[in-house]
Design a binder for this molecule. Structure first.
Ligand code: ADP
Ligand code: MG
Length: 573
């Protein structure tokens, strides 16, 4: 380990030289307040952040945080999440930002959004706090700017570290609230099953978001706070926050109805993201959903590999069987059927669906259509004939936004109506309407439902190397995974929230591809890697200990894997 001041003399000696001379900074440096490890330096100033590896380590005794910040798993995750946020914010406060070519002058860390997540950007053990971040070493064109680099290392970086990793400089009440909020949300989520609920939304929550591209909450003045209908009220006592009341969505089949623009999708989105814990101030801190809840939708054009969609679709023109359905170009209905089957394959027990993103012919087939187009000529068993069996035969609940068809009144348990963003329980009214206005529909698709068959994946075509032989598992944004020479579109997986999750999924796919053989199912492989991660941590996915991986669920991992065009599978009948 070298004294921190060594950095200054090295920087002075390489001033004006070619960018490559920055490689002489590799090493570990001792500053009184931290240790800096520089283990990988990009070869040019345009290189993206993931190509540099910089890490600071602070001694926990010196940092001075109370030991109860890490007294259990969830508190520890929230603590690390908080430090990542502080580091990110302080980068903006204390670093002047881009100065020079490409990323010159930037100090940053993977940006945390609204969710409190397990990430590799901040790792804590009993002795140390380790932060993995990025420094854009400064240059004009390719000429090293030693003056700027010295400012970054000797003024900006120490200020960022002092103000984000030392307890004395932080608002400890704010930190405690962060940790306690996560702990309460986790507690609440753990109560759901016992109370036969799939989701809970606390009174006073703010569900709408600032905009379609900004996940922060809509300003309080413009938002109507959530209030639960009396008949659906449930109360809990949270370990930190104390008593709380809100709407419990029961297991079974739940419809969300109401006029256009009255807040149906916003409610479902809050349910959908309730699988995560949210930061204080998000507005959805105490909106929690069963960990097995998956939002599914139509996504035409996606690929499908040997997926058993026979519960939903049969006798497609030109296909021998839909028990092992493969296509390069799924239609709206087949993509939706495949997505549901694939999620059930890995254990989803709540389906969340919104008519806005469903295929109409997958959802409804009314009496008139039944008369005009004989069932023999309609491969699809409309979801209205499946939704009840999923629950009665297999304990899979559905929460469905359906403002457009009352045919679902016959097959649901609960109906929530949104009126001016306020929910009411209209179950009794809906059942009365159903009784007084029979649809005349014939039930189609049989009286029992077979779950999709399992599949065994093959690693034959899965290759993380691109056409130039480079190992590439990366992401440009939340919506795409770059895996070798393939770019996988996962934009329909709405419960992915951070690009770092997509990247971690890419790494996980690489790991499981090495474990693929002729007898292990997708379900077994995915469960095994998630178990390994929960035991050993996300660093398991990349032995270089990078700071750009975030925790994901089995469903999003399966979602991305199933969208890979290089995937091959055998169906296990
Ligand atoms: P629907 O699905 O019923 O058509 P949305 O959920 O898309 O309606 O909501 C319509 C608009 O109203 C969106 O712009 C949304 O952000 C906004 N909105 C939803 N809930 C609220 C609320 N509680 N307070 C204020 N605005 C809301
Ligand atoms: Mg909508």
């Amino acid at each position: 380990m070298k004294p921190f001041d060594t950095l200054r003399s090295v920087l002075q000696s390489i001033d004006g030289k070619d960018y490559g001379a920055y490689q002489s900074l590799l090493g570990t440096y001792r500053h009184p307040a931290f240790e800096l490890r520089i283990t990988q330096i990009p070869k040019d100033p345009y290189a993206p952040p993931h190509t540099g590896m910089y890490c600071v380590v602070v001694n926990r005794d010196q940092a001075g945080f109370p030991s109860d910040c890490t007294s259990n798993r969830i508190r520890s995750i929230a603590f690390r999440d908080y430090l990542a946020r502080m580091f990110f914010e302080n980068c903006h406060v204390h670093c002047k930002g881009r100065r020079g070519t490409g990323n010159s002058g930037v100090i940053t860390i993977a940006e945390p959004l609204q969710e409190i997540l397990d990430r590799t950007s901040v790792v804590v053990n009993d002795v140390t706090i380790e932060v993995r971040f990025f420094i854009g070493l400064p240059a004009t064109k390719r000429s090293i700017r030693s003056d700027i680099a010295q400012t970054m290392f000797f003024e900006e970086l120490p200020a960022i570290i002092q103000n984000s990793l030392y307890a004395a400089n932080l608002d400890l009440a704010d930190l405690q609230k962060h940790i306690e909020t996560a702990e309460d949300a986790e507690f609440l989520r753990n109560q759901l099953a016992e109370h036969n609920l799939v989701s809970f939304l606390a009174d006073g929550s703010i569900l709408p978001r600032a905009s379609g591209v900004d996940p922060s909450p809509l300003k309080r003045d413009n938002a109507i706070c959530f209030t639960s209908p009396e008949t659906m009220q449930v109360s809990f006592t949270l370990p930190n926050h104390g008593p709380i009341t809100g709407m419990g969505i029961p297991t079974g089949v739940t419809l969300i109805v109401g006029g256009g623009y009255h807040g149906k999708s916003t409610l479902l989105d809050a349910v959908s993201l309730g699988v995560y814990n949210h930061i204080p101030g998000d507005g959805r801190e105490f909106c929690v959903t069963s960990p097995g809840a998956v939002k599914v939708r139509a996504f035409s054009g996606r690929s499908v590999r040997s997926t058993d969609i026979s519960a939903f679709i049969n006798n497609i023109p030109g296909e021998s069987s839909t028990e092992s359905f493969t296509t390069e170009n799924a239609s709206g209905s087949t993509s939706q059927a495949a997505s549901i089957a694939e999620m059930i394959e890995v254990g989803a027990d709540v389906l969340l669906m919104d008519e806005d993103t469903c295929a109409a012919n997958f959802m409804i087939r009314d009496r008139r259509m039944q008369q005009l187009v004989a069932k023999a000529n309609e491969p699809i068993t409309a979801f209205v004939d499946v939704i009840r069996l999923l629950y009665t035969d297999h304990n899979i609940s559905t929460v469905l936004v359906m403002g457009g068809s009352g045919d679902y009144f016959d097959v649901c348990d609960t109906v929530i109506q949104m009126t001016n963003y306020v929910p009411s329980d209209v179950t009794t009214e809906a059942k009365e309407v159903a009784q007084n206005n029979p649809t005349g529909r014939l039930q189609e698709g049989g009286h029992t439902l077979k779950l999709p068959s399992l599949r065994i994946p093959s690693a034959e075509n899965i290759n993380p190397h691109n056409e130039y032989g480079g190992f590439r598992i990366n992401t440009s944004d939340r919506e795409h995974l770059i895996f070798g020479s393939e770019k996988i579109n996962c934009s329909d997986l709405e419960q992915l929230v951070e690009p770092e999750q997509v990247k971690a999924i890419g790494r996980a796919i690489f790991h499981i591809s090495e474990a693929m053989n002729s007898s292990t199912s997708i379900q077994e492989l995915l469960n095994a890697i998630l178990k390994d991660i929960s035991e050993s941590g996300l660093d398991l996915l990349d032995q270089r200990f990078t700071g750009d991986l975030s925790k994901f669920r089995i469903f999003e991992l399966a979602g991305v894997l199933n969208r890979m065009r290089s995937l091959k599978c055998n169906t296990l009948f």
